[in-house]
Design a protein around this ligand. Sequence first.
Ligand SMILES: O=C(O)CCC(=O)C(=O)O
Length: 214
Amino acid sequence: MSLYDKMMKDKQTRWKKITAENIDLDYCEQFLTSIEASSLLEYMEKNITYLNGRLTYVKVFGVYHPIPRQQVAFGDDGVTYKYSGIIIPAQPWPKPLLELKNKISFEQKIDYNFVLVNRYKNGDDYMGEHKDDEPELDKMVPIASLSLGQSRKFVFKHRDVKKKLRKIDNINFHLHHGSLLFMNWPTNEYWYHSLPKEKAATKVRINLTFRKIK
Ligand SMILES: O=C(O)CCC(=O)C(=O)O
């Protein structure tokens, strides 16, 4: 087997395709080696400062609530991300995150220009059900979600289940240290996703979602 064939075979076995009605995901449990993932987690814990003040509140049904986790964003010059009543400005890419962005962009052949970083101190921190369907996102570009630290359950729920129109099973799985998940079109038009509270989770988790903002 040639080196190229071996590389292609390794790639196929590392990636798992998850599909159901209008959901299309690609999941690689070990996109980063455990050593790479741990050293990035350590870098993030030592060097990243999260947002404070007004930008730590989101608007839900007209009322502002503190977000149940920490957040910050990095990206190309001048890029901002607007969601739930706040506008998050991108800070300049720190070198390790630019390198990671380039590695993921190479994998997808897409030049991502923004990353939203969410830090969950333990299982008390969470992310509520939502769709990443803001108009400034190019919906044909997959959202790339890289996870570090504590493994946590990730839940997809179809919009018809939320509206109580019919029964469709949720799709649940754990996002592991060093894993990468691509949420491909049309997932974010039909399915909500969330990271629920998890009593048994005692350690820090950091998630980075790379996006292409128009
Ligand atoms: O932490 C996670 O895995 C969830 C991140 C997420 O849903 C988002 O950034 O939209």
